[in-house]
Every structure is written in structure tokens, then in C-alpha cells.
Design a protein around this ligand. Sequence first.
Ligand code: FES
Length: 125
Amino acid sequence: MSTQIAEVTREATLNLVPLCSSADLERGWGEALLLEGRQLALFRTEEDAFYATSHHCPNSGAKVIARGILGDTVVDGSNVSTVACPLHKEVYRLDNGECLNTDSLPLPVQRLVEIEGQLWMEQSK
Ligand code: FES
């Protein structure tokens, strides 16, 4: 199967949207992305895990999350990756968006898939 056909098949059957090469993202850093009018934040952890969230902080609506501070913490015995908002330092889990230090609304997250060095985002139908 050609790469182009494989990409069309992935988009049609899994509702995946191509984002960028995983190599485009720097370890331990985030990047902002505008996709179909939505502002997203993409992250690559030091452990090469990839996450996509809204770029809007749920605490204030400020478009700052891609400039957040990556970290990790232990929740229920498991290590989870986090991002701290650069403004007021609310800490959100990158896997499910839960705010860990206040009762703030969760940070919307999107599921990412890495296939052959390409990052794809799952779109809700
Ligand atoms: S703007 Fe994000 S925590 Fe206040």
C-alpha cells in the first residue's frame, strides 16, 4: 500500500488528522498549533511521550498552555506527565486534563497516535 493510500485510509477509518512529524517537536517543550480554527498545544516529554491539549487555559481562557512548564508527578502510585500553566501555575495532567492543585475545570485533551514518525490526532466524529 502506498503511503498516500495508507494516509487516506487512516483518515477515513480512524478519523485521524495528520499534525506534524514527531521529530518537529523538541523534548521537554510545547508548541502551539492552529488546526481548523482551533488553537492546540502539542508536547513532547523528555521520555518521548506526545500529548495534545487545548492551548486555552481553562482557568482564564488565556492562550498560553503551549508555553507551560512540563513535569511529572505521582498519582495513585503511577507517574503522570503534567503541564503547569505559565500564568497562575495550575497543574494539569496531560493524559486526561485533570487539574491536580485546584478545583479548576479540566484542560481539554486530544488523543494522539504516532505512526512511523508522524503524529496524528484523533478527531471526535
Ligand atoms: S491562566 Fe492558567 S492557571 Fe491562570
